[in-house]
Design a protein around this ligand. Structure first.
Ligand code: ADP
Ligand code: ZN
Ligand code: ZN
Length: 729
């Protein structure tokens, strides 16, 4: 009799033993098994003739799922994630799998209906849409921008999609075809198009040359290139070399918004390669197809956000992590992995190089460069144009979010010259606070310890932490006064002010509210690109990676906020963001200008900023970190707990703390349990407990033992998670 050791997507430490029932399972096989009276998908990690479980209690595997087994490298990666982040292996193994596999919803014959517009549909549907049917409109736009769609995806866009598609089929506007999912196994024939290639600058050539010497072997390279220095071209050259030796390339980007244009650029550069994108924006079946194409080597370039680091790639030869400093590489739910760190691990596992690119490398990475654990290539100029000048404008704190006369003047003259202006403010909504003019009471969320933000069009208040939306209160909740004032500036208010001040300018606002609908970000990006707008008001969404050629003035408002923050990483974040957003200016032919409003123009951080001296900033900041034993000079983990009852959270964390004090070695510091910075969100009270060590190894050993103890604490109603290498404290 043989037994399979199987991991399931459950918060329990597996594996669980099952009889193989004569089914041909191997390590990595995906199977369906009975578990607690339900069918569950499981992953076989071992097959053996022995078991330690009483044999009559062992159930049998129900069936094998008809997909190729997972590779052993994949299992090794997940094992590492499980060990490092102290998270159940079972759950780690499922994190990166497409939902259709996780749920075993593959469809028996692998056939599914795909819908696409006919020529007449393309021409005629638009005329039948009226302004009220927004859902129909969205569905139509989706069909326009995707060659094909499946019902599940269409439904997500418009709940009534099934009926609508049937109507349109009857009008001859939509055609249905069946798609065999096995199609993805077929390799496209090479398309013979001449690739678009730029002649590289000297420093690009130098970078390519040094990094390519290391194309065989586990090397970590940092490509530190100022904004607009052409890092992408360097990646492309390196990719070309890897592709020539029939290897696959994994390229990670921080934001889903960055993928469409990058994919286009990649496809133009590598016309004969199959490129797939993997991100959370894909529908289930498209994600399954992309994943399978990647896994089977049909796709040679895999472009994705953090989750893509889990894609099993047999022929992986090179990993690129663009904007490696970006915090979106850190997963903040479930297993809290960091995709950049996993990319570095993968490079060791696979014995291949990884390139971490950024204009502003994270201080962790920078520290590794200084310690010579990572090698560095530098691009210090732009091939086109030059770096913008950054000027500081002194303002009072109360005015830091409003346009100063100097800024208004500069904006006017750029607009008169037909150039674009980007106004950066990292706060969405109309005003971040509403308060009573007589008793100072302010409107806060009833579910969170946070103020509600006022939004307009239509007027409402919204909680940016739990998503609550409600009517704007008409009177003070404390004294009944009807005179409520809104305070402060968000993107919407700024948009209103800018529109009033620059009557003839075309203004666009880009934030997560205005780009909620699928495809709307891309549409806005194009309208900026094609200079259909003059003034762009945007949040950090626009600070990353985008290459706009006509923005010549960047205005930065509200920059000082980070200087008031209690998080030791706040200035690093801020500096990176300021330099990145400044980098959007002057990518065209004329020299760009950046105006930053601040209360503290003499602050060293701004002095480094105006000199574009990231290195000076990083070295200073690292010195400060070293003095206080902060990362990267120490390693941290935070136990985060939440519960509807604040007593339970406190009890749990205090007990966990005693446990830690018992277990810990001398190398480990255990701090006091404290409330989280926002101590209530969506009705849950949140607390946290920090442990820290200057040595990685004893901390890892400690965490493992500690988590085992903690899982027996049984404080009712408390949920907890360990955040290893947290990025906010
Ligand atoms: P980064 O990623 O470093 O911010 P990009 O790779 O987006 O910079 O390049 C910025 C701009 O410079 C792009 O428009 C790109 O086409 C252009 N560029 C890059 N390398 C060269 C080159 N060698 N010659 C001419 N233009 C280049
Ligand atoms: Zn009041
Ligand atoms: Zn709330």
């Amino acid at each position: 009799m043989s037994y399979a050791k199987i991991h399931l997507d459950v918060p329990l430490n597996g594996p669980f033993d099952y009889r193989t029932n004569g089914l041909p399972v191997v390590k990595g096989s995906l199977v369906e098994v009975p578990f607690r009276n339900k069918k569950q998908v499981g992953i076989v990690i071992d097959v053996s003739e022995n078991t330690n479980v009483e044999t009559r209690r062992i159930k049998g595997i129900s069936s094998i799922i008809d997909v190729a087994p997972l590779s052993s490298d994949y299992i090794t990666l997940c094992r590492f994630v499980s060990e490092y982040y102290c998270f159940e292996l079972g759950r780690c193994l499922f994190v990166g799998l497409p939902r259709s596999i996780r749920m075993n919803r593959l469809g028996k014959e692998y056939l599914e209906n795909v819908y696409s517009l006919t020529v007449s549909g393309r021409l005629e549907i638009a005329g039948t849409l009226d302004a009220r049917s927004r859902g129909k409109q969205r569905l139509y736009e989706h069909l326009l921008s995707n060659e094909q769609t499946v019902l599940a995806d269409a439904r997500r866009i418009y709940s009534n999609a099934s009926k609508q598609l049937t109507n349109w089929i009857q009008s001859g506007w939509i055609k249905v075809q069946q798609r065999d999912l096995h199609e993805f196994m077929k390799v496209d024939r090479a398309i013979s198009v001449t690739p678009k290639k730029l002649g590289l600058t000297e420093s690009q050539i130098r970078s390519v040359d040094s990094i390519s010497l290391d194309l065989n072997g586990a090397h970590v390279w940092v490509l530190q290139g100022v904004t607009g220095s052409g890092k992408t071209e360097v990646y492309f050259e390196l990719m070309e070399r890897a592709l020539q030796s029939k290897k696959q390339v994994l390229m990670l980007v921080p934001e889903i918004n960055l993928t469409p244009q990058l994919k286009d650029r990649l496809q133009r550069r590598f016309p004969s390669e199959r490129i797939v994108t993997l991100n959370s924006g894909l529908g289930d079946s498209n994600r399954l197809i992309a994943w399978e194409q990647a896994r089977h080597g049909v796709a040679s370039i895999i472009l994705g956000t953090r989750l893509a680091v889990f894609t099993p790639l047999k022929q992986l030869g090179l990993i690129i992590v663009d904007e490696e400093h970006d915090t979106s590489y850190k997963q903040i739910e479930g297993v809290r992995y960091h995709a950049r760190d996993l990319a570095v691990y993968l490079s060791q596992l696979k014995n291949i190089p990884v390139v971490l690119g950024s204009a502003t490398p994270s201080l962790e990475t920078y520290h590794n460069v200084l310690r010579e654990r990572y090698k560095r290539a530098v691009l210090s100029d732009r091939p086109l144009g030059s770096l913008p000048t950054i000027e500081l404008i002194r303002v009072f704190r109360s005015e830091s979010h409003t346009l100063s006369p100097q800024v208004i003047h500069a904006m006017q003259s750029k607009i008169d010259d037909g150039e674009q202006v980007l106004v950066f403010i990292n706060r969405r909504g109309y005003a971040p606070a509403l308060f009573c003019s007589s008793c100072q009471w302010s409107v806060s969320c009833h579910r969170c310890s946070a103020l509600l933000t006022l939004h307009k069009r239509p007027d409402h208040v919204r909680c940016h932490h739990c998503g609550y939306q409600g009517r704007v209160p008409s009177r003070c909740g404390e004294c009944g006064n009807q005179d409520l004032h809104d305070l402060g500036h968000g993107t919407q208010r700024l948009e209103e002010e800018v529109a009033a001040r620059f009557g003839h300018a075309r203004v666009i606002r880009v934030d997560s509210d205005s780009t909620r609908r699928k495809g709307s970000f891309e549409a806005m990006r194009q309208s900026i690109d094609q200079t259909q707008v003059d003034i762009i008001i945007g949040t950090q969404m626009l600070s990353k990676g985008h290459d706009f050629s006509n923005i010549n003035l960047v205005v930065i408002l509200g920059a000082d906020q980070a200087l008031y923050s209690g998080d030791f990483r706040a200035t690093e974040r801020q500096f990176q963001q300021m330099l990145q957003v400044s980098g959007r200016a002057g990518r065209g032919s004329s020299r760009g200008q950046v105006l930053l409003q601040t209360e503290f123009p003499d602050h060293p951080i701004y002095q480094h900023l105006i000199g574009h001296s990231y290195d000076d900033f990083a070295i200073d900041a690292l010195k400060e970190r070293e003095l206080s034993d902060f990362p990267p000079y120490s390693y941290q983990a935070i136990l985060r707990a939440s519960s509807p009852s604040s007593n339970s959270v406190e009890n749990f964390l205090n007990r966990a703390r005693l446990c830690a004090l018992d277990l810990k070695s001398e190398a480990i510091d255990v701090y006091d349990a404290v409330p989280a910075p926002i101590h209530k969100i969506a009705g849950l009270i949140r607390g946290q407990l920090l442990v820290q060590s200057t040595l990685r190894k004893p901390l890892r050993i400690f965490l493992k033992r500690w988590m085992k103890e903690i899982s027996n604490l049984n404080e009712s109603g408390v949920r907890f998670v360990l955040d290893v290498d947290p990025i906010d404290v």
